[in-house]
Design a protein around this ligand. Structure first.
Ligand SMILES: [Cu+2]
Length: 233
């Protein structure tokens, strides 16, 4: 015989997709399926800061939904406690999004950010927290990572992001990109880089203008972007 509690538990179980998404590089503060809809994925204290390039640096995620929209943004607070800390600096300056809103399927993806170019006064040694927001159809999910920005820092070679999901229609890469495919794609990636950068930058500009809304309702942004697939989830 069923009771309400059992039914609720069963439906909660069914609606919790396996892992939603994970932030794999830089290392996330922590991951908890059930808490991932919360600010910073439910991990609200600053963890050991990882060195990260002041210039271009890679972020890696593993998407467990067949279609999702993703955006990343930073806080310049040493201990961000609210989304507002990701919207403005301590002096009230608006912080642009670190990426445009972009779409992924399931699998491993990477994208590059260039935090030094956000023009919010970041320099060698600046402390930031980067938050990734992900909506795969079951609501906004979050992961945070705490960084110290180093001018000229070189990330481990295996973390380098050559197929940037934020600026191209990247397909999921395997965990390690075979060197043969990296070689063969280098030619096409440089041409696609050139052809996609105008649209990528215009996307970045428009998403920066909508930053406030996206941070609190990426689902809306996703539907505006025509994520028809979400309805099927
Ligand atoms: Cu999910």
């Amino acid at each position: 015989m069923f009771n309400i509690k059992t039914l609720l538990a069963a439906s909660a179980l069914a609606s919790t997709a396996l892992a939603h998404f994970t932030l794999d590089y830089p290392t996330s503060r922590g991951f908890d399926d059930d808490k991932e809809p919360q600010f910073c994925g439910g991990f609200t204290t600053v963890e050991a800061r990882q060195p990260f390039p002041l210039g271009q640096g890679p972020i890696r995620i593993d998407s467990h939904h067949p279609r999702a929209s993703v955006v990343a943004f930073i806080s310049t607070s040493e201990n961000p406690t609210s989304f507002n800390d990701f919207n403005t600096t301590s002096s009230g300056q608006t912080i642009p999004l670190a990426t445009p809103v972009f779409q992924v399927a399931s699998g491993d993806y990477c994208f590059n950010v260039n935090l030094g170019s956000l023009n919010v006064g970041l320099t060698n040694g600046s402390l930031v927290t980067l938050q990734v927001q992900y909506d795969g159809g079951d609501g906004d999910l979050y992961q945070c990572t705490d960084l110290v920005l180093i001018d000229g820092y070189t990330v481990p070679a295996n973390e380098t992001c050559t197929i940037d999901a934020a600026t191209s229609n990247a397909t999921a890469s395997s965990t390690t990109v075979p060197s043969s495919s990296a070689t063969s794609s280098s030619g096409s990636s440089s041409t696609s880089q050139a052809s996609t950068s105008p649209s990528a930058s215009s996307t970045a500009a428009s998403s920066a203008a909508m930053a406030q809304r996206e941070i609190t309702g990426l689902g809306l942004a996703a539907s505006l972007l025509g994520l028809a697939g979400l309805a099927m989830l």
